[in-house]
Design a protein around this ligand. Structure first.
Ligand code: G3P
Ligand code: CA
Length: 267
């Protein structure tokens, strides 16, 4: 039997692939699995009544038809909101414009999407999840709740717990040191901070890829966010990064996996 080796970086569908399906919804996270992304990235925080909800921003205006701070609302209230027609953040619009990409409109196409709970996402068939725990006033509550949800879903082998917040990562590690951690960093100082923690993966922006590869010891993977084009993905793969976090998983997978290597194993 030929053995198919995976050559090159793993592909992570950012927010499920937010250029293809509305971000951080059940539709997008299922989409990430369906198109063959190795991992699906999502953002999680706690509601006022301490339930885990999947949303990127601190506030509701950009990605739902609600308003106000997420952490001041109970889960029941949040679950009534429509999440299938997010607006684009200004920095994404700028980035896409520079790349000559039109930000797609999802208007009317996903009328039934709500903000998912983490429990729902953990039940998606075939998912491997990069769960980004957002900044929260109570890092312990967020980290412990996330670890406990992963345990309850028996998903320990199929998650990596990510954060920009060192206290959140440390609390997750205290709760269960067997779960892999991914430290996110925005600059060199941030990389240094994360490399002092027991992380398995370092996550940095495209601009920091070379620096991160230089600074990171063997045994810690380097994943890069956020990649919008197959050309950028190819360049990063050739640089030797270990993971590509992309909003466009379909064309990126087509580019990165177009030449699979078959190794015949002699018996
Ligand atoms: O995967 C890391 C990336 O998601 C961090 O940035 O703002 O999209 O959560 P953000
Ligand atoms: Ca994120």
């Amino acid at each position: 039997m030929p053995f198919k080796a995976l050559v090159g970086p793993v592909i992570i569908a950012h927010r499920g692939g937010s250029l293809e399906v509305p971000e951080n919804t059940m539709a997008s996270l299922r989409h990430g699995v369906a198109v063959g992304a190795d991992w699906q990235e999502l953002d999680v925080t706690l509601t006022k009544d301490n339930k885990l909800i999947v949303i990127h921003d601190d506030t509701l205006e950009r990605t739902t038809d609600g308003s106000g701070q997420v952490i001041t609302k109970n889960l029941d209230e949040l679950r009534k909101l429509h999440a299938g027609e997010p607006k684009w953040a200004d920095y994404v619009v700028d980035r896409l414009a520079k790349l000559g990409i039109d930000a797609p409109s999802f208007a009317g196409k996903y009328p039934n999407e709500r903000l998912p709970t983490l429990d729902e996402v953990l039940r998606i068939e075939g998912a491997q999840l990069m769960i980004e725990m957002k900044a929260h006033p109570d890092p312990k509550a967020l980290a412990f709740a996330t670890v406990d949800a992963v345990h309850a879903a028996n998903m320990g082998g199929r998650v990596v717990l990510a954060s920009f917040e060192a206290p959140v990562l440390l609390q997750a590690n205290l709760r269960d040191s067997s779960l892999p951690l991914l430290g996110l960093a925005e600059d060199v100082k941030g990389i240094e901070t994360m490399l002092r923690l027991p992380i398995s993966v370092l996550g940095v922006s495209v601009e920091l890829a070379e620096e991160a590869l230089r600074m990171t010891p063997q045994g810690i993977a380097v994943w890069i966010w956020t990649v919008y084009t197959p050309q950028e993905a190819r360049r990063l793969a050739e640089l030797g990064v270990h993971g590509i976090i992309t909003d466009a998983p379909t064309p990126v997978l087509a580019e990165i996996r177009k030449e699979p290597v078959d190794l015949m194993v002699e018996r």
